[in-house]
Design a protein around this ligand. Structure first.
Ligand SMILES: [Zn+2]
Length: 501
């Protein structure tokens, strides 16, 4: 900072914008550390001091320090340099770039704190790709459509990207979009622009209404070229941020105050590709492996230009109606502390309160068959709903949706969202049924229930007639009667997130 503003309060209230540059979230992909250190050196000691008239800079040279210290010549087999490279995940094998919604790692908890305290205007996360070959050396992306900050997306595509692309081209680089081959091999079937859920850095930025960019330098380009390209990118990013700051502020304001009636929680592909792109590819051929007998792609090093479809995943597949507020009972402390760590605004009950809420119930479900990022995720499920009046104890929280982070609240709370606390497994204890009734208790009780309630008797007979599996399962029959008694656990498979309409 030219004005020597270094504290969160000074930087977040400065008239200048703040750029947050983050390197080494995947520590083997370390280009951003070297590029950022070079840029800071040239600002401090060289001829780039001028940049600080445009913006203040917050730089994290190595986010994943554990991975960075696990360095060797064998960290990134698919990548051309540097000689020694760190490791993608941290010391407990968590991938920090899947952790932005669940906040399990110290690294990403810290990023959330930094974002809340410093309130950056532009967030840049620097990576290196794996995968296909192509001519582009600096690829990067942001949520261009199908996200939660349409005005910021517009700013990125109209104000920011043209200037950064030009600066890179002027210095002999070939900038390109994020590249994912539709057929998983070459790009003949097109390039996919995925809709990533907010567990990733740039999509988390998007849902927080913070302009965010993911850089993926091309793993097959030499390290020096990648670092120099990143340097050009960062330098121009600082200039463009300064030059278009007012427009960005207006975009952030508009996106933060969007109406929040219905919010998409799932996106799907468009029926037809948006358009085609002139793809600067590299020739490839399909070769049959003598070892496995299967086919694989062999890159031949010869540049080719192809016209390929650009396949966008930006059509809302499922939107949910947004309640006034969500409620979480005091006892679910881990989830409440995560809500707090995201900087979401909420009120905490100081006295018990009785309140009428809508809750989701789980009517059927299956779990993932192996842990993902250390979590046992709920894989497939069907939901019902239930309206109930329940007493919320002191310490329970009410999260209003009418706030700048309202979209993030919905994504975390609604079970249909792939990044919900429910799907990540934070409510898995609701699946265990702890109480049961002995059959010798059930038998006389059922006889009494049938004798006293002709309607129940009719429903039982009808279920037996219409459901053969039920009719031949004593366990299912007992369970069915048990569910009609007041002894039954009313909280079993009820997701403890209440909606207040
Ligand atoms: Zn990466």
């Amino acid at each position: 900072s030219l004005d020597q503003d270094f504290s969160p309060s000074e930087l977040s209230t400065s008239k200048k914008p703040l750029i947050l540059i983050q390197a080494g979230i995947h520590a083997g992909e370390i280009d951003g550390k070297d590029a950022g250190m070079m840029l800071l050196r040239d600002i401090a000691l060289g001829d780039k001091k001028e940049l600080l008239t445009k913006a203040n800079i917050l730089f994290i040279p190595i986010l994943n320090v554990d991975g960075h210290e696990r360095r060797s010549e064998f960290g990134r087999v698919n990548q051309r340099g540097p000689k020694e490279m760190g490791w993608r995940t941290n010391a407990v094998n968590l991938n920090l770039n899947r952790d932005f919604t669940k906040l399990e790692s110290a690294g990403i908890k810290t990023i959330a704190k930094i974002i809340i305290a410093y309130d950056p205007d532009l967030y840049i996360d620097v990576h290196v790709t794996d995968g296909a070959d192509y001519q582009y050396d600096i690829t990067y992306g942001y949520v261009a459509s199908g996200g939660y900050s349409p005005e910021i997306s517009k700013w990125l595509s109209t104000a920011f990207q043209p200037e950064v692309d030009q600066a890179l081209k002027d210095m002999g680089h070939i900038p390109g979009p994020l590249l994912f081959a539709a057929n998983g091999n070459d790009f003949s079937a097109g390039n996919i622009a995925f809709s990533f859920s907010p567990r990733f850095s740039h999509t988390y930025g998007d849902i927080r209404h913070m302009a965010s960019i993911l850089i993926e330098n091309h793993s097959l380009k030499p390290f020096k070229q990648r670092v120099l390209g990143t340097y050009v990118f960062l330098e121009q990013a600082i200039k463009s941020l300064g030059n278009h700051f007012e427009a960005l502020q207006a975009a952030v304001k508009a996106d933060s105050n969007q109406p929040k009636k219905d919010i998409p929680v799932k996106f799907k592909f468009r029926d037809t590709p948006a358009d085609s792109m002139q793809f600067l590819g590299v020739a490839s051929s399909i070769v049959k492996s003598e070892i496995t007998g299967a086919e694989y792609v062999k890159w031949e090093g010869k540049p080719i230009t192809q016209s390929v479809p650009s396949i966008l995943m930006d059509v809302p597949e499922l939107s949910v109606a947004v309640p006034q507020a969500y409620w979480i009972p005091a006892e679910w402390t881990a989830v409440i502390s995560k809500v707090q760590q995201h900087g979401i605004k909420f009120d905490t009950l100081t006295e018990a309160q009785e309140i009428s809420l809508d809750l989701s119930t789980v009517t059927s479900y299956s779990m993932g068959n192996q842990p993902y990022e250390g979590m046992m995720r709920v894989q497939k499920f069907e939901l019902g709903s239930e309206r109930r009046t329940q007493t919320m104890n002191p310490g329970s929280i009410r999260i209003p949706t009418d706030q700048a982070l309202g979209e993030l609240v919905v994504i975390l709370m609604e079970p249909e969202s792939v990044d919900s606390f429910f799907q990540w497994g934070y409510f898995n204890t609701i699946f265990t049924q702890t109480e049961y009734m002995e059959t010798y208790i059930m038998e006389p009780l059922i006889a009494k229930m049938l004798a006293e309630d002709s309607d129940l008797k009719a429903r039982f007979e009808s279920k037996k007639t219409n459901d053969a599996n039920f009719a031949k399962s004593p366990r299912a029959i007992y369970q069915w009667f048990y569910a009609q008694t007041p002894y039954y656990d009313q909280n079993w498979k009820v997701i403890p997130v209440g909606r207040e309409w």
